[in-house]
Design a protein around this ligand. Structure first.
Ligand SMILES: Nc1ncnc2c1ncn2[C@@H]1O[C@H](COP(=O)(O)OP(=O)(O)OP(=O)(O)O)[C@@H](O)[C@H]1O
Length: 870
């Protein structure tokens, strides 16, 4: 009896010590008691039972020993194979390197565009391809000139053929080299076709990104890839991942500027850099950037690129042991077309664009010339183009120039210029003359290296297969040999880790494998401040993949004072930036307006969300509009929070006053009746007050005067194709109201269709103004308006979140390289991340101990668990 009492007391002491009682429901205790009941009968065990147990124990020990031996054997084999694989990887790298060195650090390919006039190419064209590396240019009837390049692509060469020659350079980027691939040539010669391609036959950028990710998967290296895209337009750098409306509407946003980094590389300050984890994400960004390129119709090309378009893929290596650099870059550049102004008859802006392009191409020529002559001064600084590419045009990088020529007679002059330029570039690595013997020797070496590379590749494939097979066997051993309690303890640990880091791996921890008492209750979900939705099994594959950084959030809001509505619905909605800049001076800045000194590399995490498991809204985050999450490896750090907007739910309502944006109903009986049935379901005599602590929007809204249908209709008319990225097709009433409010705000009244046209609203535009404006939008600038709305929304959220910064300081200090994860609920319960983490740890330990006790039941009865309840 005494021992029972002490057991009860022990449970109560534990409760009072860690305040855990609140989480223990009767269901929990019943589950634990059931476990105990299912164990062999209580009391003193019968002798035969003891004997049987001893026998089982003995045989299980024997089996355990055998399986342990097997596991050890597999582990040994695996270790051997992995080390062999590493050797093969190193060998492959070395061979590829030698191969590229032999082929030259600067390689020049020539691609001849098919003729557009449909004439007999070989007879009439002045450009005649001779073999795989030479072409003949018929300058006149009696005179012709021979050019040779590393590769000549005939007019009928496919995009596949072109890319197969480029692929080794892409692979070398994964091995730690800088690389630059650029398309050069006169306007209309096919540069954009080669780089961008068409949906049916995608170009080098598409294939390059895919090859890069494939190579990363194969080489099994931990690499962080980030994507940037910019253009050099009229000598200015423009971020192509920032919509023009945002560039214009935020005068505080600094221009992009090129700076030398301490490692001798070049860095572009303020350039949006978005971390991508797979090919699809990078591709989406690329498409987005392409939409924003400056193109125009000229005499020579209907869709002429009026700028140099530059795609940068930056690769940061975590394990640098086997790589040359920690960070390296791949530039893929679609240069603007060289053109003769007389020929294009360009005027005004087109003339200026052509002039700027020609100037920078000429600067590129000077740099190439200086490199060729091995001058001590290389005039990189003469143009933005050469400055940006500086670290990829040197000796230690792989450069590939794709020169494009038109086969038309009338383009002969331009073809001669382009081919001469390319020949000059090629001399950099070839020297002025190479004997025939030397050439043959080199070719033989290249072929032999190619064979070796193929052998190594085969060997790698085979080894990879073996490793996979062994891994499977190993997994089957380890899963069967684990005792249930050990498995549970490990899973619990996993849960702890995942909760701490915000990682939600649904497959690893499905609720069906958990005892009921380990499953979250509504109460525990609220109390812990951790999103427990990941316990729920997802029915579709798409809903399984969730962003690491995404934090689902319960939202509650109230329109009517006494009728708060709360929802546990987790929506993969809009992620907004929580600016964690530790420099207080920059408090009011968005990621694009950071001071350059504070930010070396700014990486935005672009999140691709699938459909929410519970909610119907399916939204994609678009960089800058919904502003990607931003991190930095400089002292400035940023984290992520989510901001779900969904139909019916309006604002996140939290306890802290400075974090809250909520609508409260105000009784204003003198309001005029609603224009139409108010979609917000406001009483026609009501108005809403938008309360922002940051003062961004502070005014009463007379809801009865807002024609929501007009606002919504306008946004519904918005065409996704214009923007190139899927957008929500409809806007809910809350967003309409927000839009309306935004247009009334003096802080957010500038919209621009392009650089030339800026429309500005006054401080208090009337409804008429708003309607006029929405009509304007309907005529052509919906997308920009849309961007503006999102940017405004993001900025507001970003500012609101800055009050959290201090709370992240500890995390930031601990791990500079990792991405800070924000668990928003932690704040709403008034605790710091550390406190909650410790608390979670204790509670989990407690669970494990109880489970252990439940299974082994050394000295107590069910009373112990009942004691926990009292
Ligand atoms: N190899 C090719 N096969 C089929 N069509 C091609 C090829 N190269 C170019 N074209 C076509 O020629 C036209 C002009 O090509 P493109 O726009 O790529 O030229 P560009 O060099 O980028 O011109 P600009 O410098 O003015 O932008 C396009 O319609 C394109 O589809």
């Amino acid at each position: 009896m005494d021992s029972r009492k002490s057991v009860r007391n022990l449970a109560q002491s534990i409760n009072s010590l860690i305040g855990f009682k609140a989480h223990l429901t009767s269901a929990w205790v019943t589950s634990v008691c059931n476990i105990i009941r299912n164990c062999p009968a209580g009391g003193a065990p019968a002798a035969h039972l003891v004997a049987q147990r001893d026998f089982e124990k003995h045989s299980s020990v024997k089996n355990d020993a055998e399986s342990n031996m097997d596991v050890l054997r597999i582990q040994d084999e695996l270790a051997l194979l992995v080390s062999y694989m590493n050797q093969l990887n190193a060998q492959r790298r070395q061979l590829l390197n030698e191969f590229l060195d032999l082929k030259g650090n600067i390689r020049v390919f020539c691609r001849i565009r098919p003729t557009v006039k449909g004439c007999d190419f070989y007879q009439l064209s002045p450009v005649v391809p001779m073999n795989s590396s030479g072409l003949l240019l018929k300058v006149s009837a009696s005179k012709s000139k021979h050019y040779s390049f590393d590769k000549v692509f005939h007019p009928h060469s496919s995009q596949d053929e072109v890319f197969s020659e480029i692929e080794p350079i892409i692979k070398s980027v994964v091995d730690g080299y800088n690389a630059c691939i650029f398309a050069y040539g006169q306007t209309g010669s096919g540069k954009t076709f080669t780089m961008e391609g068409t949906p049916e036959s995608p170009g080098v950028v598409y294939r390059g990104i895919r090859a890069l990710f494939d190579q990363m998967t194969v080489s099994n290296q931990k690499l962080i890839v980030s994507f940037s895209m910019l253009e050099i337009y009229l000598g200015r750098l423009k971020d192509l991942l920032v919509p023009p409306s945002s560039r214009v509407s935020d005068p505080a946003r600094p221009c992009l500027s090129v700076q030398a980094d301490p490692n001798g590389g070049m860095e572009i300050d303020n350039l949006t850099s978005i971390q991508v984890s797979d090919f699809e994400q990078a591709l989406k960004l690329y498409r987005l950037g392409c939409q924003l390129r400056s193109t125009a119709s000229t005499n020579l090309n209907k869709t002429s690129s009026r700028s140099h378009c530059m795609i940068r893929i930056k690769i940061n290596s975590i394990n640098v042991a086997e790589r040359r650099r920690e960070t390296n870059k791949l530039w893929m550049v679609d240069l603007g077309g060289s053109e003769r102004v007389l020929k294009t008859k360009a005027q005004g802006r087109r003339f200026e664009e052509g002039k700027a392009i020609n100037l920078s191409l000429s600067a590129l020529g000077d740099v190439v010339d200086a490199l060729q002559r091995k001058k001590c001064h290389i005039p990189y600084r003469n143009s933005k183009l050469t400055l940006v590419l500086q670290d990829c045009l040197g000796e230690d990088s792989k450069t590939l120039m794709l020169v494009h020529v038109s086969p038309e007679e009338e383009d002969l002059c331009e073809s001669i210029c382009s081919l001469n330029f390319a020949t000059r570039a090629r001399r950099i690595h070839l020297g002025n003359g190479e004997s025939q013997d030397a050439k043959e020797h080199k070719n033989a070496a290249i072929i032999s290296l190619q064979r070796k590379m193929e052998q190594v590749e085969d060997e790698r494939q085979e080894t990879r297969r073996k490793i996979q097979k062994l891994n499977k066997t190993f997994e089957s051993f380890t899963t069967t040999s684990k005792s249930p309690s050990l498995q549970l303890a490990e899973d619990s640990q996993l849960f702890m880790e995942e909760s701490k880091h915000g990682v939600k791996n649904v497959q690893k921890f499905p609720s069906s494998e958990l005892p009921r008492f380990m499953q979250p209750t509504v109460c525990s979900t609220r109390k812990f401040g951790v999103d427990m939705t990941f316990f729920e099994e997802r029915s579709t594959a798409t809903s399984r993949r969730r962003s690491i950084l995404h934090q689902a959030k319960s939202v509650s809001f109230s329109f009517k004072r006494n009728a708060a509505c709360s929802s546990d619905c987790s929506d993969s909605g809009i992620s907004c930036v929580v600016d964690l800049n530790l420099n207080s001076n920059a408090d009011n800045e968005t990621e694009h307006s950071q001071g350059t000194a504070e930010c070396d590399i700014r990486t935005a995490h672009f999140q691709m969300h699938g459909k929410s498991s519970k909610c119907s809204s399916d939204r994609e985050i678009v960089p800058q509009n919904h502003m990607p999450t931003v991190t930095s490896n400089s002292p400035m750090r940023k984290g992520v929070s989510s901001f779900p907007f969904q139909k019916g739910n309006f604002r996140i309502s939290e306890n802290k006053k400075d974090e809250v944006t909520e609508y409260q109903e105000e009784d204003k009986s003198d309001r005029t009746p609603s224009v139409e049935k108010n979609p917000l379901n406001f009483d026609s005599k009501s108005s809403a007050t938008l309360c922002h602590s940051n003062g961004f929007l502070e005014e009463d809204i007379d809801c009865s005067t807002v024609d929501f249908s007009q606002v919504r209709q306008d946004f519904d008319n918005y065409n996704d194709e214009e923007w190139g990225t899927p957008m929500p097709a409809t806007y809910n009433d809350a967003e309409c109201l927000y839009l309306y409010q935004t247009t009334r705000s003096s802080h957010a009244s500038q919209y621009a269709k392009n650089d030339d046209a800026i429309e500005t609203f006054g401080d208090s535009p009337s409804i008429q103004n708003l309607k006029e404006h929405t009509e304007t939008i309907a005529k052509g600038s919906k997308a920009l308006f849309h961007c503006h709305l999102k940017e405004t929304r993001q900025r507001q959220f970003s500012q609101r979140s800055q009050s959290h910064r201090a709370l992240f300081k500890d995390e930031l200090k601990q791990d500079k390289a990792s991405i800070p994860i924000v668990t928003p609920r932690a704040f709403s319960h008034g605790g710091t991340g550390l406190l909650i983490s410790v608390k979670l740890k204790i509670q989990m330990l407690y669970f494990c101990v109880l489970m252990g006790l439940g299974v082994h039941r050394p000295w107590y009865e069910d009373d112990f668990f009942h004691g926990l309840m009292h």
